[in-house]
Design a protein around this ligand. Structure first.
Ligand code: WT7
Length: 646
């Protein structure tokens, strides 16, 4: 811990050798500055287009952007066939490792054939361009194959993280209007098979419009079967032709929908399209990680069910002809050195993960990584939440051997790709800061009136020019798209929802969400979503949820509940019941760390719950001014509920 003080002002210059051979050098910023659209146009030329665009950006109707207007391409072709055609068919695309230790090595040629078979199967099932396909899967190769098969035929995939509940899956299927669900019997987690198919069966009792369920056999668990609706992947996909001619789609053709939590209980379906998205994910993946397709072994240790997996396990790496590692399970299975064992085994050279994982490794101790050969690593990445300097320095020393730059990448589901990050061959690193807008990106810190701030003054992060991988809308809700992101400072300024400050060097520090969105282990969860789940329980009359800072997960979910008159406070039992209820309702990631049963909640005179006070209680801070409370004795009641020791 003591080292954190030493880090203030401490800089880590780009390693000389890396800088000398880096994919991008310092002049990239000036180039992008001189002509932003020409810069992105050059980035787009790294892809193969079947028709060139007429216009780089159409921003005549903000915030509805069109990038590479008139251009046509096939995303899957760009990720697969073109590498095979260029003679790289034998290069490994994925070293896949199952949690039980089973492995699969998949080359670009094999992946191309697998995707073609799956694309042909989707066509046989009547899926056409524009149809939505839900994907609810563990971390197995078929998940990636399913996504690329959709992209290949122009269907829109909607991947739901396997840790989400049947309810969450059902509401997403309904909102997206999915006609097919691709799932598996289950996947391996923490040393045991964990079922997925039952959640799909359950979800489909509450949704309409799904014609078929395609089921991959992974764990061999027993599954219920609905004749006529359910089909085994191996029955339908394996017998297909390994050839399929890709069709070129418009640059603005929808590629996928990814749901993310907002400030209301209803998740937002973030829509990403094809040309601009692939341009920016491929370019950022190449520049931010200094990716060398011929020599690097790259590992994004995240789930493909989140945007990080979409952009930096699937689309960016494949578009760049990367050899990647994909791991199915959890870091502690069967032992706490599993990740390091994988780095040693596959000679991983670039590792991309989240601060919450680093802090977990810190807790487990530096002896564990010290027991493995990690000398293959040359660049490290961080994503999901601000990385505190202690974790940064620990990562740098104990995993990076003090030789690997750490790129702290700020971005969002909505931005699709990296937006603020150092560049490993250019930036002199400052632990804890994401530092610099990516070339071609304009980010500012502003006050409530939109005036730009500097000198360490805390304000709001905004993006002031459109970018290629930006979301195009919220699925089915253009108004909400405008209201949520593009109304606070006018229709041409994107409001990110993050607090930030710019220091005297002009480096940006991200300071967490400014809205009612929590960040738990790098996952976004809405306070309102958890509150509505709690009040849906018969015992609960009212609930208020806050994110309290947590040493490992960043934030932990703390709920305050008022019980219904009829419910008796059955203490621990009921609290456990409520925690399980939320976990079942939304998913285990939303399970409150702590639930406090209280008589009243602190409210302003206008009836708004004062979350700031609740957060102070949850974090055991001294309470500030409570005079605006309707009844300040409420706080005493709440404080009485706190465990004396914590
Ligand atoms: C929110 C977006 C981007 C993929 C993973 C999360 C926070 C993300 C950083 C970072 C500080 C970060 C922000 C952002 N965040 N990366 N490097 N430094 N904060 O995607 O679920 O859409 O969440 O995660 O608060 O708004 P997401």
């Amino acid at each position: 811990m003591s080292e954190s003080t030493g880090s203030e002002g401490r800089r880590f210059p780009a390693p000389e050798q890396l800088a000398a051979s880096a994919n991008v050098g310092p002049d990239v910023y000036a180039q992008a500055e001189a002509d932003r659209l020409a810069f992105w146009e050059t980035a787009a030329r790294r892809l193969t287009w079947s028709q060139e665009w007429d216009e780089v950006l159409d921003w005549n109707d903000p915030p509805f952007a069109k990038w590479f207007v008139g251009g046509k391409l096939n995303v899957a072709y760009n990720c697969l066939d073109r590498h095979v055609e260029a003679g790289h068919g034998d290069q490994v695309a994925y070293h896949w490792e199952g949690e039980p230790g089973d492995t699969r090595t998949i080359t670009y040629a094999q992946l191309t054939e697998d995707v073609c078979r799956a694309a042909n199967a989707l066509l046989e099932l009547g899926i056409t361009a524009g149809d939505r396909v839900a994907v609810y899967m563990p971390m197995i190769p078929e998940t990636i194959v399913a996504m690329l098969a959709c992209a290949r035929i122009g269907a829109v995939h909607m991947v739901v993280f396997g840790g989400f509940s049947a309810d969450a899956l059902a509401s997403r299927i309904t909102d997206a209007g999915a006609v097919l669900v691709i799932t598996s019997d289950g996947g391996y987690r923490r040393g045991a098979p964990s079922a997925l198919k039952p959640a799909v069966d359950d979800a489909l009792t509450r949704t309409e419009g799904v014609r078929n369920v395609l089921v991959v056999k992974r764990t061999e668990q027993e599954v219920e079967w609905t004749e006529g609706r359910d089909l085994w992947w191996h029955d339908v996909v394996d017998r297909q032709s390994p050839q399929h001619t890709p069709e070129a789609f418009d640059a603005e053709h929808p590629l996928y929908i990814m749901y993310t939590s907002g400030t209301t209980a209803k998740p937002k379906g973030i829509l990403h399209t094809s040309g601009g998205y692939l341009t920016q994910v491929a370019y950022t993946h190449w520049a931010t990680f200094d990716l060398k397709p011929d020599s690097d072994v790259y590992w994004t240790a995240a789930d493909v069910g989140w945007v990080t997996g979409h952009s930096y396990i699937v689309y960016g790496p494949l578009a760049n002809r990367t050899t990647s590692v994909v791991y199915e399970g959890t870091p502690e299975t069967p032992h706490r050195g599993r990740w390091f064992e994988l780095i040693e085994k596959y000679r991983v050279s670039i590792l991309y993960t989240a601060p919450t994982v680093i802090r977990t490794f810190m807790k487990w101790g530096e002896d564990i990584p010290a027991g493995f050969d990690l000398t293959s690593l040359r660049v490290l990445g961080s994503v999901g939440e601000p990385i505190n300097p202690e974790a940064w320095l620990w990562y740098h020393r104990n995993i990076g051997g003090e030789r690997c730059p750490i790129v702290d990448t700020w971005w969002q589901t909505e931005t699709g790709a990296h937006m603020i990050t150092p560049l490993p061959g250019v930036t002199s690193l400052k632990p804890g800061s994401a530092q610099t807008p990516f070339p071609g990106i304009s980010a500012k810190v502003v006050d409530d009136e939109g005036n730009e701030l500097g000198d360490d003054t805390t304000g709001l992060l905004v993006l002031t020019t459109p970018w290629p991988a930006m979301l195009r809308t919220i699925w089915g809700d253009d108004d909400r798209y405008v209201d949520t992101y593009w109304s606070r400072f006018g229709r041409e300024v994107y409001f990110a929802g993050d607090g930030a400050k710019k220091d005297a060097d002009g480096d940006i520090w991200l300071l967490g969400r400014v809205d009612d969105v929590m960040n738990v282990s790098g996952h976004r969860i809405s306070t309102t979503e958890v509150e509505s789940s709690l009040v849906a329980h018969p015992a609960v009359a009212e609930a208020a949820v806050v994110g309290a800072s947590d040493p490992t997960t960043g934030q932990g979910i703390v709920a305050f509940v008022i019980l219904r008159g009829s419910a008796t406070d059955s203490g621990d039992d009921l609290v456990q019941q409520l925690r399980t209820h939320v976990s079942k309702d939304i998913g285990p990631i939303a399970k409150p760390r702590q639930i406090m049963v209280v008589q009243e909640l602190p409210k302003t005179r206008s009836g708004k719950i004062m979350r700031r006070l609740l957060r102070d209680v949850a974090e055991n801070r001294d309470l500030g001014d409570v005079t605006t409370l309707t009844d300040s004795s409420v706080m005493n009641l709440i404080k009485d509920k706190l465990p004396a020791s914590s």
